[in-house]
Design a protein around this ligand. Structure first.
Ligand code: FES
Length: 102
């Protein structure tokens, strides 16, 4: 089991938006959907594009390089060329602070 590290403030993550943070050498993509916060890897599993530069369609992040889509809640791949899901991180919210388990 990893440790929970503070990542950012909930109030800085608007509903439907994304943000990236780097924690312990990991690039993490945070999103807020339906008031809940989710965290997956922020690096595309296809050719390592920064998903923080991608765009959100419904509950998915679209890779800016070759347009694979991943579910923000689970990291699941929706379409090729990526075939490997994104790592998903556990999230805890305490007060206004988002903590990610790394
Ligand atoms: S780098 Fe993301 S789909 Fe190719």
């Amino acid at each position: 089991m990893g440790e929970y590290l503070p990542a950012m403030k909930v109030s800085d993550l608007a509903e439907g938006s994304i943000s990236t943070v780097d924690l312990k050498g990991l690039h993490v993509l945070l999103s807020r959907i339906g008031g809940e916060v989710f965290a997956v890897s922020g690096t595309c599993t296809h050719e390592e594009a920064d998903l923080g530069r991608g765009f959100v369609v419904e509950d998915r992040i679209v890779c800016p390089l070759h347009l694979s889509q991943f579910e923000l809640k689970t990291g699941e791949v929706v379409n090729p060329p990526a075939t490997v899901p994104l790592r998903r991180f556990n999230v805890k919210v305490l007060g206004d602070t988002i903590f990610i388990e790394v």
